[in-house]
Design a protein around this ligand. Structure first.
Ligand code: TXA
Ligand code: MG
Length: 346
């Protein structure tokens, strides 16, 4: 465990040192005092980027239309995608949406943690309509990261927060990534630095179109764990229950995109390629990084976005060859992100 946090820290520090300072946002170590200041900024309608156990989020007061709108401005999102609302606990979540028995079971089993539930909005919720982007549902989760929890408490508001990256770019797993992508955004008051995110992949998103539990986005909690808790298989977004069962509206085909072209399932490396390896059987390459030399999918997930950034910087336009990742456990979410990173840019 320790070793792979070290890899992450090294990758993040490298990027920080390469950073051009001069952004508008202040990057603060996540001390109690910084979190209080950040909470006050949220209440004033400003944005704060904060660590969660999955990735860094770009947070706003979820009850303030203008603040929520400024998230889309800061990210340069092409259109209004619905956002995840982060709350302190189940009781708070129940004030905003209507739980069914299976959703309640998943909340009991996985919260606080890396699962987001998409549920019908309560009529009397004070949440901005913009967080639902025109749908009659809300995506909600209770994060486990202590800084995220402390910020929700300090702000005294539910926090709407997408991943804290410019639209279409790789999700940030450390504060330096956020500064690099959004540090210059005038809407962003603070970036709270709580170190690298332990899981490194966005939350798994589960909805209930026509009452059927459906995996809208594979993520930090593996499908089999969720299915075990439900005692039945999850439907798939693309084969799922009709219109609403399609993948999360924010799941653009090309997403998480580094600048260099990507070749997936590579078993050998060409002269002009750099290698993102997985497992002990990595072929020889001039430039390479290994998501997990031992073939551990949890370690690969935690390293994925930081290493995509780092290898992209090394590649300087050369193609990135990526070794096959098994589809078991967290491999489903890792392969989903890699497929999007490799998709033709729209
Ligand atoms: O781990 C995470 O989920 C991170 C951290 C910051 O919590 N957040 C995150 O947010 O990844 P974002 O905006 O990058 O992705 C939110 C996903 C999108 O795929 C979006 O379409 C889906 O959740 N979503 C949000 N509201 C929805 C809704 N009402 N119905 C269906 N999908 C929804
Ligand atoms: Mg995102």
């Amino acid at each position: 465990m320790r070793a792979f946090y070290c890899i992450l820290r090294a990758v993040c520090t490298e990027r920080k040192n390469g950073l051009k300072v001069g952004g508008v946002a202040e990057c603060l170590k996540a001390t109690a005092e910084a979190i209080e200041r950040a909470g006050a900024a949220i209440r004033e309608g400003r944005l704060v980027a904060f660590p969660t156990e999955t990735v860094y989020g770009l947070g706003a007061d979820a009850t303030d239309d203008k603040a929520v709108a400024s998230i889309f401005e800061a990210k340069g999102r092409p259109r209004f995608n619905p956002l995840i609302v982060h709350v302190a606990d189940f009781a708070e979540a129940e004030k905003h949406c209507v739980f069914n028995a299976e959703a309640e079971e998943l909340a009991r089993r996985f919260w606080p943690g890396g699962i987001t539930l998409v549920l019908p909005r309560r009529e009397d919720t004070p949440l901005s309509l913009l967080v639902s982007a025109g749908l009659d549902t809300v995506a909600i989760r209770v994060p486990a990261h202590e800084t995220a929890r402390a910020l929700i408490k300090a702000a005294k508001r539910p926090l709407a927060a997408p991943s804290a990256n410019p639209s279409g770019k790789v999700s940030p797993t450390c504060a330096a990534h956020v500064m690099e992508g959004l540090g210059g955004a005038p809407q962003l008051a603070f970036v709270l630095d709580g170190g690298p995110c332990p899981l490194g992949l966005e939350s798994s998103v589960i909805g209930f179109p026509q009452g059927i539990p459906t995996l809208l986005r594979p993520g930090a909690v593996a499908r089999d764990e969720i299915e075990k808790a439900l005692g039945k298989p999850l439907a798939n977004a693309d084969t799922g229950a009709g219109e609403e069962g399609r993948a999360s509206p924010g799941q653009l085909e090309s997403h998480y995109a580094p600048g260099s072209p990507i070749r997936l399932n590579a078993r050998e490396v060409a002269e002009d390629e750099v290698l993102l390896a997985f497992g002990p059987d990595a072929p020889e390459a001039k430039t390479s990084m290994n998501l997990s030399p031992s073939g551990d999918l949890g370690q690969a997930a935690a390293n994925l976005f930081a290493m995509l950034r780092a290898i992209d910087a090394e590649a300087r336009g050369r193609r990135i060859a990526i070794m096959p990742i098994p589809m078991t456990g967290l491999g489903e979410a890792i392969n989903d992100r890699l497929k999007r990173a490799a998709a033709p840019r729209g």
